[in-house]
Design a protein around this ligand. Sequence first.
Ligand code: PLP
Length: 396
Amino acid sequence: MANFSETECCIETRALHAGAIPDPTTGAILTPIYQTTTYRQEAVGKDKGYTYSRAGNPTVSALERRLAGLEGARYATCFSSGLSATTALLLALLKAGDRVVVSEVCYGGTVRLLRQILEPFGVNAEFVDTSDEQVLRDALSTPARLVFIETPANPTLRLTDISFAAELAHAAGAIVVVDNTLLSPVLQKPLSLGADIVLHSTTKFIEGHNATIGGCLITDDEALRDRFDLVRKSTGTIQSPFDAWLTLQGVKTLPLRIRQHSENALEVATFLASHPRVSKIFYPGLESFPQHELAVRQQGSGGALIAFEVEGGVEAGIALMNSVKLCSLAENLGSAETLITHPASMTHGAVPAEQRAAAGITDGLVRLSVGLENPVDIIADLTQALETAKGKGAVA
Ligand code: PLP
């Protein structure tokens, strides 16, 4: 980059400029979509850094420089989805007989991958409440290769103190990864809190427009980065140049969007918390949230996600989700549009019922990813949907 120090810039500036290199041929301000399979080599053994687009692609590299810059890290490796990033992480670090300690509340696809795909290969996953000091200590009294933390956790938004968990995990000889998908580097930088690796589904806030599926792994450790690159090349899970290009455009407004998402979510959560038909609400930005103090210290604001239960339980919750008009009933989060999701049947449907129950993912839980509409309109939609859900199910 030309005349300024990327590492000293504010995050808004980095979202636009980190790793940007004007096109050497035309000066085009946007990195072109290098839609090419292969690269002509000058002589045997003499290439320009790229040989085949399953191993590396200049558009994907531009996104990797941008995402590393946003996390304040040295390296990023981009994948075709958040779950292919998780898969690469686990394949890169684990072998048969290894143990991984995982936040018991986490994205359902992570649970499915560990339980249904990796456990048959001999990987031992233990799901524990990583937010509980004693539980984590006990879990780490048996050797573990990896501690996989999701904070805030999808969908109940339980928080884990990253500095504390990283200290315990490192003392036990484990590597620490934090899934930072629900906040993005604008609100939380796990590497600066002691984590070794950050994982993102870029599908969510980073790209932010419901346009792509993608993921990445970020680290300061060159050996880890090399291992992630090797797994990606060997399993063929690099992100496509077009999706990387779209993500490069989406990420430019990430700091602005995430701030507005959080402001809107606080307004919507305040409305829901005082609504007579909302029986339970989880939003880290509310003072009533049990870990509010940690939320303020670790992530600064509440973020965009709210989880809640409606008076009348499952039936009323489902009636509400079926009645929204502006909000969309859909699987995803972190997009400009407000999305409402039923975790028990959608995002966490693959999590065994007992594990869902232990993690507080009730059948009536509603997850709301608050978008960028005016909150007045979101609240009006929820008001009419709550009215429709009135009288449904068993009211205590
Ligand atoms: N991590 C979290 C916290 C998620 O919510 C998700 C998807 O919802 C993923 C990872 C997986 O990402 P992707 O859907 O891009 O594979």
